[in-house]
Design a protein around this ligand. Structure first.
Ligand code: MCA
Ligand code: AMP
Length: 487
């Protein structure tokens, strides 16, 4: 296929990546990724120890230039989660910075040190042509995503999907090489990595990564020439909270060309508070790991609070009834499940033909599990999810089942159920309902949070723990989550 990053073919001196004061021009990026790509076995899979750093961005681009698929690993994942991802994806090597300390399991993989300091930008600029050349359908990324039960599944994202979603967003957002994007998102998920790093590089523009999200960092970069901001609703909530006492932040946001929110619903209250303080309306877009981006409010469209806009170019979207039949002419009162079809879709879950089959209809529509209505002019409004066992917290998708399983592995837990409840900052917070093994000596909430954080990931830890003497169950023995109340 044509290169994913045309600007790396004849690279110039414009800045491509900035992480704090570490920057790389396109010429330097071409040299660094060219040299690294030559050390990556083409065609297979390589893991990337995905810290929010310049090195991770270089590693992923190098893997793509080598024709390999990158498997980003969250460095904060616990042993159980990392162990599953490494054994499921079986990477031939791990790309990591020389000073990264890798945990057991990851440490045992052959290691390729990521070097971003490549002397000279001439002869090593071009990556060696992969053999055979990477094709459109070849996997580019394997990104692990939670389901309602069981361990996370690896979504196989082909090169074609990345190219098509980024080009569709460019059209919808009038996104060009002149744009400078600022964000502080993690680089092991689609939002921060595909949209936030590969997006600017495909356009030949620039990304400035904050390392860690802060309203100060956002204000500094937008006041210093950045034109776009990407964030999850938790970040916009924190911005909305800070705005009343921070005129510099309000001025910075007012100056931006585009403020984009995604990964979860942006509360209307935060949308309106930001609009009132800055004169700018946040644009929402809707996507999934499996589908990349499906809809967005367009840069030249109306940013209506509570809507995720219209289908992106090339994306077919329909709402269906519970029995799967399409809703022909809906309207703002008719709720249906969103199904999508198009070149933005993944090819399937790694090693999970059963889950892949279940995710698609016979004629190739992907079942998102998101429930929505359509305004009369086609704007999509997401109103909920089919599965109550999927929790979105801080923009991360978390399956109740994987946390329940982790809790049950704690010796002090006899029974466990996990739910999500509304949280002004995180959207939803994880709540654990636990029947202790010894009612008189229950494990503490901190102990249970540490246990889950250490096995899975810190963002999957319960924020609230309720202790019960028994879980409410129906006649079949199934836990009735809707009946959960404090003892
Ligand atoms: C606290 N911490 C702990 C524990 N308690 N660590 C271990 N064990 C514990 N018991 C640590 C955390 O690791 C973290 O460390 C710090 O305390 C604070 O954690 P927390 O409160 O959880 O988070 P936060 O720092 O307040 O983060 C909020 C956030 C974050 C920045 C909004 O949730 C975030 O980055 N979200 C982005 C999610 C995302 O990218 N989703 C995209 C999915 P430390 O301080 O060291 O960090 S892709 C997707 O959804 C689709 C495609 C789409 O549409 O985009
Ligand atoms: P993930 O599996 O982490 O990629 O999360 C995908 C899910 O995030 C979708 O199925 C939606 O439920 C949710 N999502 C993403 N963007 C939005 C948005 N703008 N509004 C509401 N929900 C969203």
């Amino acid at each position: 296929m044509s290169p994913l990053f045309p600007a790396l073919e004849s690279p110039g001196e414009d800045v491509a990546l900035a992480f704090g004061d570490r920057t790389l021009t396109y010429a330097q990026l071409a040299a660094a990724t060219g040299a690294l790509a030559a050390r990556i076995p083409p065609g297979g899979r390589v893991a990337v120890w995905a810290t929010p750093t310049l090195r991770t961005a270089v590693a992923v681009v190098a893997a793509l230039r080598a024709g390999a698929a990158a498997v980003p690993l969250n460095p904060k994942s616990g042993g159980k989660e990392l162990g599953h991802i490494v054994s499921d994806s079986a990477p031939s090597a791990v790309l990591a910075a020389p000073d990264d300390e890798l945990p057991p399991g990851v440490r045992d993989l052959p290691r390729i040190d990521i070097d971003v300091e490549v002397p000279g930008t001439g002869s090593s600029a071009a990556a060696p042509p992969p053999s055979p050349p990477a094709a459109d359908e070849d996997p580019a990324l394997i990104v692990y995503t939670s389901g309602t039960t069981g361990p996370p599944k690896g979504a196989v994202i082909p090169r074609r999907a990345i190219a098509s979603t980024l080009d569709a967003l460019a059209e919808a957002w009038q996104w060009t090489a002149d744009d400078v994007l600022v964000h502080g998102l993690p680089l092991f998920h689609v939002h921060g990595l595909v949209l936030g790093v590969l997006g600017p590089l495909r356009r030949g523009g620039c990304v400035r990564h904050l390392g860690r999200f802060s309203t100060e960092g956002v204000a500094r970069e937008l006041n210093g020439g950045a034109t776009m901001l990407f964030g999850v609703p938790t970040m916009y909530h924190r911005i909305a909270q800070a705005l009343p006492g921070d005129p510099e932040l309000a001025g910075a946001l007012g100056r931006a060309r585009l403020l984009v929110s995604g990964s979860a619903a942006l509360p209307v209250h935060d949308h309106e508070r930001i609009a009132a303080a800055t004169g700018r309306r946040v644009v929402e877009r809707y996507g999934m790991t499996e589908t990349l981006m499906n809809t967005s409010v367009r840069a030249d469209g109306e940013a209506r609070a509570g809507t995720v806009g219209v289908p992106l170019p090339g994306v077919e979207l329909r709402l269906v009834e519970e029995d799967g039949s399409p809703i022909a002419s809906g309207g703002p009162e008719t709720v249906g499940e969103i199904q999508v079809r198009g070149p933005n879709l993944f090819t399937g879950y790694l090693n999970r033909p059963d889950a892949t089959r279940a995710a698609f209809t016979a004629d190739g529509w992907f079942r998102t599990g998101d429930m929505a209505v359509r305004d009369l002019d086609g704007y999509v409004r997401i109103v909920g999810r089919k599965a109550t066992d999927l929790i979105k917290s801080g923009g991360y998708k978390i399956g109740a089942g994987e946390i329940e399983n982790a809790l049950l592995e704690h010796p002090g837990v006899r029974e466990a159920a996990v739910t999500g409840e509304p949280d002004a900052d995180l959207g939803e917070r994880i709540v654990a309902w636990v029947v202790p093994a010894e009612i008189q000596a229950p494990p503490s909430a901190d102990d249970l949070a540490d246990h889950v954080a250490g096995r899975l990931a810190p963002h999957k830890r319960p924020r609230v723990v309720h202790y019960l003497t028994a879980l409410p169950r129906n006649d079949m023995g199934k836990i009735m989550k809707r009946a959960l109340t404090r003892d």
